[in-house]
Design a protein. Structure first.
Length: 239
């Protein structure tokens, strides 16, 4: 997908159903990714900038120009309660697009966090604020305000397509995007998967092996896996 809209702010977007978003917030990124058919993950180089960072919300998307954070200020006006700002860039840039001042502005509008394929700074302040940020880099280098990008257009952030209003969930395992029209379905699938995993967890606690639980022994034997017992030979030394 190519970014085709520059210099536009879409002020009316369709957000995922709030009940479905709330349901998704109960699950981890790995569970949601698996429940959605192993799709939706952003590249793993996006990392939480402080240990407590976790977020779930509907996407307000931003297309930035390298070294320019003007559109983040423009995006603040479009934020509603429960939104997550997802910022991509027209080309790779690790400059510090975002810091505690923008976080303060975003939070005042009801923002629940930021995902950005770029750099951020003021990490200690962000941690003290408990404002969750997932970023490509931490970089003290500042940015300018000189070039137009766009707000609320489809963007590709860390190799994942994000449309305005999609659900974004992020935790220590990464960032996943759930298409807004699939939010309720994926929440239900995630609940089923988590229930099944709890059953497996109980069996593991009881000492059962994955080899037996998942029926692995037959396929391993067919591929030629052998179990051998090595008998040590003792050599006597004559004096």
């Amino acid at each position: 997908m190519e970014h085709t809209e520059i210099g536009v702010v879409h002020t009316s977007i369709t957000r995922a159903d709030p009940e479905a978003v709330a349901a998704l917030s109960a699950f981890g990124v790995a569970t949601i990714h698996e429940a959605m058919g192993r799709t939706g993950l952003m590249r793993p180089y996006l990392r939480p900038v402080h240990p407590k960072a976790r977020l779930c919300g509907t996407a307000v998307t931003v297309l930035l120009q390298p070294g320019d954070n003007w559109m983040l200020h423009v995006a603040a006006e479009q934020i509603r309660d429960g939104d997550v700002v997802v910022a991509a860039c027209t080309t790779e840039s690790e400059d510090g697009f975002f810091g505690d001042l923008l976080a303060t502005s975003f939070r005042a509008r009801g923002c629940t966090g930021l995902v950005i394929d770029g750099g951020v700074r003021d990490v200690a302040d962000l941690e003290q604020m408990d404002f969750p940020v997932f970023a490509r880099a931490v970089n003290a280098k500042g940015t300018v305000k000189a070039t137009l990008g766009s707000v609320n257009v489809p963007v590709v952030c860390a190799n994942a397509l994000v449309r305005p209003g999609d659900v974004v969930v992020a935790d220590a395992d990464g960032v996943v995007v759930v298409p807004r029209e699939r939010a309720a379905e994926v929440a239900e699938a995630s609940a089923r998967r988590e229930a099944a995993e709890e059953g497996k967890r109980a069996r593991f606690r009881a000492g059962e092996l994955g080899l037996d639980m998942y029926g692995m022994r037959g396929p391993l034997t067919e591929l030629g896996l052998r179990y051998e017992t090595r008998h040590e030979t003792r050599h006597e030394t004559r004096g």
